[in-house]
Design a protein around this ligand. Structure first.
Ligand SMILES: *Cc1c(COP(=O)(O)O)cnc(C)c1O
Length: 670
């Protein structure tokens, strides 16, 4: 898909903004908090924006806000060097890269791999664990070539490997993984070809571990091993009884799609022993689902798996590896809780618990400890990419103060007017009830023909004015009564954004996954509006109306007043795992433009540009040939010319527009 212009651009010598300078005395955001003449509210600060969008919670150590009110990216974490995201987007736009734009920070990827490995190293040292850690990246999480190439390169010092869950992913892993000593975990459904290919890869110096997930695979493996004369590395995937929780909770348990039950594992052991291949069985694998929010679930699973591991070793299998699968969570809402968009543990807790549990189980039965393997995808790939998109326009509920009451206005209107004038802190709940009643009455009278359309308009405007006044009161209160919770939703503005949810954040649509979304500039200014996001598709599901919050979720996002003609850029963060490949072509909005950015001592460098789909490309996915389409339009305009329905100038203009569009990006541009 898409044309790649590798290294097309030379390094941009943008000067680095030192993160610390943002916190220096003069620029201290707190110092701008100058209360003016007592009665005025304190002016908005960057700190207020930090709290509002919870950027520290989910963004640390990569994302923060600088004194200019722009989001900054520190791709190397706390090791210094940061980029102003807004300035970066401006620079990329000047290079003709249109929005929506996916920016990948390869340094973040490197930092994630380092951190995961460092945490396991620390846990191993802390518990005097006699084994090592050798992680693998599950390719399904993000198969993009540049990303996998980076992963392999950054993972070299740690012998980081890859995990394939299908034949095409195996093709990727076999060709790209060239780290001596790293593991290539072969999961998923397997046929003979898959198994043979994996076995033969041993001859290339790789360590492919064929993980038996279905009982039928044993026979295929035994046969392939005999005919090729290769002793394979084998693993078994156990169906744990430990239940995952949440969205992917059904990945474990007796009815899970993959894995072998305990009786089946025993059957495999017996079969391998009979074939004199029990020495090949070296790895125990399990996967209890993705985004495990609760550390206690992780502990239960590793406890059960450790016991199975020890038993397998004592049954005579040549056990060397314990592969804990994925599940390591990402704190999307920054709440550090066991909410589904969060997790109540950190990387270090995760590593420590795994190391400690395995050690204990092995020591108890005097079995040598295994090399630990994890297949952490989400935790490695989520942070590295940011999707930037722009707001095209907004639609607001009209809330101007209503025109004064005229004489002889309809009773309903007078009632609404009176309600409006009498809204106070001590009666706002009753006022909301009254206003709603009057508005409904107005509607029914209109339907019976007793109210003119201009009167209905007046009544609706008054109703919105009441709601606005009530909302202003409710927002000042610590506690908002339940019946008023919907008011924010009713009053929310719609921000029309230049992207497709189906293409760029499919899990937001499909499984209500939450991603942090926020403006990347104007953060020194209060975001006074409350809005939901509506995308470009003609699908009413093409919207985002659930946002991260400290408690639960919120149904509106605080946004700035949109000023037509001025850019207003939003960022969707932590979407680097799964979203790209799950994205679909709904309404034929194609892949977005993507760039790979890496930090250099003097600024940053655009490593790769992967152009998004053109219209010609997306049309070809559904079997349209661009030339043929142009030809059809040409013939129709010839016909129209003959019949004098179009002028020659008009027909030329139409054809030019049509042809030009075909080579263009599928999103809106100006
Ligand atoms: C999807 C998957 C993973 C990755 O899980 P994350 O939660 O993203 O780390 C790992 N292993 C297997 C077998 C998987 O199917």
């Amino acid at each position: 898909m898409g044309v790649e212009l590798s290294k097309a651009f030379e390094a941009l010598e943008n000067s680095l903004t030192d993160k610390r300078s943002d916190e220096s005395e003069e620029l201290n955001p707190n110092s701008t908090r100058t209360p003016r003449n007592g009665s005025l509210p304190e002016s908005w600060t960057i700190e207020d924006s930090e709290n509002r969008y919870r950027i520290e919670g989910w963004g640390q150590p990569y994302f923060s806000i600088n004194a200019a009110g722009h989001v900054t990216v520190s791709p190397k974490g706390d090791r210094g060097g940061s980029l102003d995201l807004f300035e970066l987007v401006k620079a990329l736009r000047e290079r003709n890269l249109a929005l929506p734009l996916l920016i990948r920070f390869s340094d973040i990827l490197e930092h994630r791999i380092e951190r995961l490995n460092a945490c396991f190293a620390k846990g191993i040292a802390r518990y005097n664990y006699a084994g090592g850690y050798r992680g693998v990246f599950p390719v399904k999480c993000n198969q993009q070539r540049h990303l996998i190439e980076d992963l392999v390169r950054f993972g070299k010092p740690y012998q980081f490997g890859l995990e394939a869950g299908s034949k095409p992913e195996l093709m990727i892993a076999l060709a790209l993984l060239d780290t001596p000593g790293s593991l290539l975990i072969c999961n998923g459904y397997k046929d003979r070809e898959y198994i043979e290919t994996a076995m033969l890869a041993q001859r290339l110096g790789q360590t492919p571990v064929i993980v038996l997930e279905q009982i039928e695979e044993v026979e295929l493996v035994v046969e392939a091993s005999r005919s090729l004369g290769i002793e394979p590395f084998l693993g078994v995937r156990a169906k744990l009884s430990t239940k995952g929780v949440g969205r992917w909770g059904t990945s474990s348990g007796d009815r899970a799609k993959f894995g072998l039950t305990i009786p089946e594992i025993i059957q495999v052991v017996d079969r391998l022993r009979a074939a004199d291949m029990l020495g090949s069985l070296q790895l125990l694998h399990y996967h209890i689902g993705s985004q495990i929010s609760n550390i206690s679930v992780i502990k239960d699973a590793i406890r059960e798996a450790s016991k199975i591991y020890v038993e397998l070793a004592q049954l005579g299998a040549n056990m060397k590896y314990l592969d804990v699968g994925g599940g390591l969570g990402v704190d999307y809402d920054g709440s550090q809780t066991n909410f589904h968009a969060s997790k109540n543990y950190n990387l270090q807790n995760y590593a420590n618990d795994i190391v400690a549990e395995v050690k204990e189980a092995c020591d108890e039965r005097r079995v040598p400890v295994p090399t630990l393997v994890s297949e952490s995808g989400r935790a490695i790939a989520s942070h590295q990419s940011v999707l930037i998109f722009d707001v095209l326009s907004t639609s607001e509920v009209p809330t101007d103060p209503p025109a004064p009451l005229q004489e002889e206005e309809h009773l309903i209107i007078r009632n609404l007017w009176e309600t409006y004038n009498n809204i106070r802190v001590d009666n706002y709940q009753q006022a909301f009830y009254d206003a709603t009643q009057f508005k409904e009455e107005a509607l029914s009278r209109f339907n019976f023909g007793y109210l003119r359309i201009t009167e209905r308009a007046r009544a609706e405007k008054l109703y919105w004015a009441c709601c606005k006044k009530i909302l202003d009161i409710a927002r000042q209160l610590d506690y908002v009564p339940d019946d008023l919770e919907d008011l924010e939703k009713i009053m929310a503005s719609i921000y029309y954004v230049n992207m497709s949810v189906f293409q760029s954040a499919p899990d937001s649509w499909a499984i209500d996954q939450l991603f942090p979304i926020m403006p990347i500039h104007r953060l020194d200014e209060e975001s006074t509006q409350r809005g939901i996001l509506a995308d470009l598709t003609c699908d009413s599901d093409g919207k985002i109306d659930q946002f991260i919050d400290l408690r639960d979720v919120k149904s509106v996002l605080e946004l700035h007043t949109f000023k037509p003609g001025e850019p207003y850029y939003l960022g969707l963060f932590l979407g680097g795992a799964y979203q790209e490949i799950l994205g679909n072509l709904h309404n034929l909005f194609g892949d977005s433009n993507a760039v790979h950015i890496s930090l250099t001592p003097k600024g940053y460098q655009i490593e790769h540009v992967v152009k998004g789909d053109t219209m010609t490309e997306v049309l070809s996915y559904v079997q349209y040939d661009a030339e043929d389409l142009v030809e059809r339009i040409r013939q129709r305009s010839e016909q129209a010319l003959l019949e004098k329905r179009i002028t020659i100038q008009e027909s030329q203009r139409l054809l030019q527009n049509y042809e030009r569009s075909l080579s263009r990006y599928t999103y809106l541009s100006w």
